[in-house]
Each structure stands twice: as C-alpha cells, then as structure tokens.
Design a protein around this ligand. Structure first.
Ligand code: PLP
Length: 395
C-alpha cells in the first residue's frame, strides 16, 4: 500500500486478512469515521451502531467533548507513569470516585477489562489470605490466565488451559449453589451482574443481597465485574448500589469498555478496607494511569453528565421495549438500560445479517436465539424507531 493513497474496500480486506491472525469473524464493512450513534464506512455508507464496538462507545463515536479533551492532552503530555503525580490523573480518579457508590473510595487504573479482573482477584486474595474464587456458569471475565480460568462459559476455560487452580463454579441466580461452595478457602465471589455474553441473563435483586450477606458472614470479598454494566450502560452509573442490585455495593468493582470512550483504560474501584491492605508494589502496570487515558476518563464522565445520558438511557429503553411489542418474533426482552438481549423463538443469525443489510449493526451472543444491543448511551427515539421498523422488515 502506498502511504496517503486511498485504497478500496477489497484491498483493505485483503491486507487485513494477509497480515493479521484470523481471530475475529468480521462484518463486511470497513469503518472509517464515527459520529454519535453512526459509523461511516470507507465506501461512504452510513450504519446505525447498536453494538458500540463491543460496548465501548458509551458516549457515542467521537463525542466532541471527549475529542477536544484528547486533542488538548495529546499536545500536552501523552504519557508518564505512576512514578510522578499528574493533575490529569488526579482529576480522573476524583471524578470516577465521585460518581461511584460512596463505599468505593479508591481507584486503581489499568488498561483493559481482563486486567481489571486479574487485579480484583489478586486484591481479594491479598486481603483474605485465601486462594479460591467463586464465579458463575455463563459469566465472562476476560482472556488472561486468571480471568479466563474464572470464565465458565463455552470453550473459554478450555482455550485458557492450563487453568489457574482454585476456580469454583456456582450457578447464576442460585444462592444454594453459592452456599455449598463458600467455605473458609474462598477469597472472593465475582460475577457479571448481568451476564452479557451468555445472552443477557439477569438475576433477581434478592440474589445480590444474599451474596452480600454470605460474603459479610464468611469474610469473603464481593466483586462485581462491571466491565459492561458500568459507566451508565444500565441507566445508572453502576449496577453496584442500584435498585436492580437491591442497593448492594460490592467490595470491588472492575471497569473498562466505555470508561475511556475508545481509549483503552480499565480500573478497579475498592473500599477503604480493601485499600488499606494494598501496599507499594503490590499492583502495577506500566500504562495504567497514563495521561491520555486519564483525560479520556474525565471527559467521558463529564460528557455523560452534561448530556444527561443516564436519563436518556432510561427514557429510550422504555420506548424501545414498548415498540418491540409490535414484533411478534421477539419472545422476550432481557437485560437493563442499553444492555439488552432480544430473545427470539428461532436462531437470530439470519436476522443479524438482514439488519446489517439494512445498515444496522447489532450484536450476537453465545445464545443463538439472543440478539444483543449495546448502543451508545446517546441513542435517541428516532433511531429506535428506525431499528424496530428495520427489524419488522426482516420477517
Ligand atoms: C463482563 C466482561 N468482563 C471482562 C471482559 C474483558 O475485557 P477486555 O476485553 O477489555 O479484556 C469483557 C469483555 O468483553 C466483559 O464483557
């Protein structure tokens, strides 16, 4: 390829396929530009994005406030490590803690969801002096060694072999299955409060209360993996502390995805009690807390606030649910806010494809009958109507 010379879609595909591992099944489009809920392709087409690039585009694509903050930071200082103080990092941590439940008072920054979960589990082991971790069938926690060993979904543990020892599997929503495993060897219970990849599976609020009680009684650390549910996706800043969790706040929340509007960044939020046990050099990562990522965090949280996106999620979710009643093929709508699973009577592969042909990007899941929607938090009523009309056209 000659630098600076435009290339065709076919050339892009040929080049990507030649020079990269074939680890993802790609849609037949080349994304070139984004604006809000829209993706523009290299051949000038416009797609409604109801998937947000794996739930990352929370503030929408290229939110002007985020772009401006990143442009400013890029001209100032891209990176320096945690060996120095930084106003940009100070602002990001304070802002993130300010929107979190009051008990979650300190942040640790890293680079991705899997890394946030690795650190969450490590902190739980350090805090308790115990080794075992309970997670749930259907939960997904990432692809690094400990996180993939905690992932009892499909083939993940298999491809992560040899697994880290000490991972125990309970049944999501079934407190008895937790009770049976939660002995004095258990450091943490970790869960996706809404199991996204498994097909958007939810549990009753009382389940979270019962988990909290078990953890309190037995000295176990409770971890919510909010890599997907955090930063406004459910119409609340966090699932932690929300009515859907019966107000339960865990000891650690892990975050990534929408936290940086597309700039890679992850974080753990922890209680004072956990923080008091973490000493110098117990955790670390070169890029964690870098200025460019920190500017993205602050601007992301400010954009969500300024545009009242949490209120928008709740309002637009209600409209979407109402309109979906018109589509008889949808047998149930699972999930909360903008983490929704549309359950169909039949497999959704053809519907997913037919929507893409109508220029709407949606997501699949490990349940072949569930179409997943993870749109930007700024999705509006008009675009929902467009989606539902397109969905009806599919049948
Ligand atoms: C709930 C959850 N946890 C962890 C991860 C891993 O995050 P990452 O891909 O940033 O490592 C994901 C990614 O999809 C996720 O959905």
């Amino acid at each position: 390829m000659t630098p600076g010379t435009a290339i065709s879609f076919d050339q892009i595909v040929a080049s990507e396929d030649k020079f990269q591992l074939a680890t993802y099944k790609k849609m037949p489009i080349a994304a070139e530009r984004g604006e809000g809920v829209w993706i523009y392709t290299s051949d000038g087409q416009k797609y409604l994005d109801l998937y947000g690039g794996h739930a990352v585009a929370g503030t929408g694509h290229c939110h002007p406030h985020v772009v401006k903050a990143l442009q400013k930071q890029a001209g100032q200082l891209l990176f320096y490590s945690n060996l120095v103080y930084s106003e940009t990092r100070a602002r990001a941590a304070e802002k993130l803690v300010s929107v979190a439940p009051a008990q979650l008072s300190k942040a640790f920054f890293c680079n991705s969801g899997t890394e946030a979960n690795e650190n969450a589990m490590r902190m739980a082991r350090m805090f308790t002096g115990r080794e075992n971790i309970i997670t749930f069938s259907g939960g997904f926690h990432g692809r690094t060694a400990d996180a993939i060993s905690a992932t009892f979904l499909g083939k993940y543990r298999e491809i992560g072999k040899p697994n880290v020892p000490g991972h125990l599997e309970a049944e999501f929503g079934n407190i008895e299955s937790v009770n049976a495993l939660a002995d004095e060897s258990v450091a943490a219970i970790m869960l996706e409060p809404v199991q996204s990849m498994a097909g958007v599976r939810t549990a009753a609020p009382g389940f979270f209360r019962n988990l909290r009680d078990i953890c309190d009684q037995r000295g176990i650390v409770l971890i919510f993996d909010e890599v997907q549910t955090g930063i406004g996706r459910t119409g609340e800043w966090f699932f932690a502390g929300s009515p859907a969790a019966d107000g339960v706040v865990p000891d650690i929340v892990s975050l990534a995805k929408a936290l940086g509007s597309g700039v890679p960044v992850g974080a753990c939020l922890v209680t004072d009690s956990i923080a008091s046990k973490i000493k110098e050099n117990d955790l670390g990562t070169t890029f964690g807390g870098g200025m460019f990522a920190m500017a993205a965090v602050t601007a992301t949280l400010e954009a969500i606030e300024q545009d009242q996106m949490l209120e928008n999620v709740r309002r637009v979710e209600a409209h979407l649910r109402e309109r979906l009643k018109e589509v008889e093929q949808v047998v149930s709508v699972k999930g909360r806010g903008f983490l929704l699973g549309l359950e169909f009577a039949d497999k959704i592969a053809a519907t997913h494809k037919a929507l893409l042909e109508q220029k709407i990007i949606t997501g699949t899941s490990s349940d072949p009958r569930v179409l997943r929607l993870l749109p930007p938090l700024c999705l509006g009523i008009k675009e929902v109507d467009l989606f539902v009309d397109a969905l009806r056209n599919c049948f």
